[in-house]
Design a protein around this ligand. Structure first.
Ligand code: ATP
Length: 377
């Protein structure tokens, strides 16, 4: 239908971005399709709607020059090919009409810049100026242009690179990774909401540890979750060491992710030990202790959620409670809880008791944080 509509309007039209990438990777059913018209995307959307039997409503976003319509479960977005340029203080570009090439130049990664022609003449031709197909086959995240420019223009792309590497299990190309390290301070122009969207996508991947390790290595994690990076490291006093609670945490997050796709339970796993950095002490008689970390940690969760503007709703309270309770996983799991505060919390857990047990299980089945650090190096 899009092909016919484009031919009737005599405009060239292409499907571009995530749809093409996921189609080549055979990654399940697509949810949205992005169409680029060499001309007016809005006119093309209207024409497509006319030709569809159910004549879906076309939502027009005049300011952006885009239009969207729904067909079944699918959202189809139409945009006229454009050229973008950036100012230093904003990720909102200055936009002008452009060619397909200009439009591919503005894309974040080579694997997201692939375009398939939809017109009858040339239907199915793959337009791939940056060897994105090759990068897909080799599982590489690479920017179409100089990575320093790509990341500095729109610093959210640094998070997107790490998010795609995690979701797709791809590698970020070396120059790109270095550029992320160099440009990490630019992330300050990005809103917390946008960053959180990406963080949540990392969290919902099969192996979230991959994303968190990359965020840690590039220095981006310290900017958003310094409480977490503070857990990294092993101290030694009088020959006694404690475990590296950062790498341990990543192991717990992966463990829990094997058992649940619940985002908030995964958050609880990520934050379950954050009280340990500020409470760490060495006692001559008993060695390393983190006494009281559960209560400190629960307060930290509250502040952290507020800072990230995560809603202070039931979910948040749930994560906080989980953090408080997960401090005694072994005791809870083997029924040997003596601490009355913890007993009360277990009682309070109500419907969350199953989730709590899953979290405990994830914690006590961790084996070797060192192995985790090595694996991610
Ligand atoms: P997913 O739907 O899994 O998030 P996607 O690739 O469809 O993947 P979108 O955020 O919907 O991701 O973006 C659609 C396309 O728009 C991308 O494939 C990419 O070509 C382009 N794009 C999106 N965000 C940016 C950005 N910040 N900078 C450059 N190009 C972008």
């Amino acid at each position: 239908v899009i092909s016919e509509a484009a031919d009737e309007l005599s405009v060239d039209a292409y499907v571009i971005g995530g749809f093409v990438r996921d189609h080549i990777l055979e990654r399940g059913e697509p949810k949205d399709i992005d169409i680029v018209a060499i001309g007016s995307g809005i006119e093309l959307a209207k024409k497509v709607s006319e030709k569809l039997p159910h004549k879906p409503k076309v939502q027009v976003f005049k300011n952006f020059g885009t239009a969207m319509l729904r067909s079944g479960d699918m959202e189809i977005e139409f945009v006229g090919a454009r050229k973008e340029s950036y100012r230093k203080d904003s990720r909102k570009p200055i936009v002008e009409d452009g060619s397909l090439e200009d439009d591919q130049n503005r894309r974040d990664f080579t694997i997201n810049a692939l375009a398939l022609k939809l017109n009858e003449n040339g239907f199915g031709d793959l337009l791939d100026p940056f060897n994105g197909y090759e990068d897909l086959k080799n599982r590489i995240i690479r920017t179409p242009l100089d990575p320093d420019i790509t990341y500095s223009d729109d610093p959210l792309r640094m998070y997107r690179a790490i998010r795609f590497a995690t979701q797709l299990n791809f590698m970020i190309e070396a120059e790109s990774l270095k550029a992320i390290k160099r440009n990490k301070d630019r992330i300050k122009i990005i809103s917390k909401e946008r960053i959180l969207d990406e963080l949540n996508k990392i969290m919902l991947s099969d192996k979230p540890s991959k994303g968190f390790a990359l965020l840690y290595k590039t220095g981006l994690l310290k900017k958003i979750l310094p409480e977490l990076t503070a857990l990294q490291g092993i101290d030694e006093v009088e020959g006694q060491k404690h475990k590296d609670n950062f790498w341990h945490t990543l192991e717990v997050v992966d463990n829990i992710s094997e058992n649940t796709s619940d985002l908030w339970l995964r958050w609880a796993a990520l934050l379950h030990d954050i009280g340990k950095a500020p409470t760490k002490k060495f006692h001559k008689k008993i060695g390393w202790t983190f006494h009281g970390h559960e209560f400190v940690g629960a307060k930290m969760v509250f502040k952290l959620f507020k800072r990230l503007r995560l809603p202070l709703n039931e979910k948040m309270k749930f994560v906080q409670k989980m953090v408080l309770m997960s401090s005694r996983p072994i005791a809870i799991a083997d029924d040997s809880v003596t601490d009355s505060a913890v007993r009360r919390l277990i009682f309070d857990a109500g419907d969350h008791i199953e989730d709590l047990m899953t979290l405990c299980e994830a914690d006590i089945t961790t084996k070797n944080p060192k192995r985790y650090r090595k694996y991610h190096n």
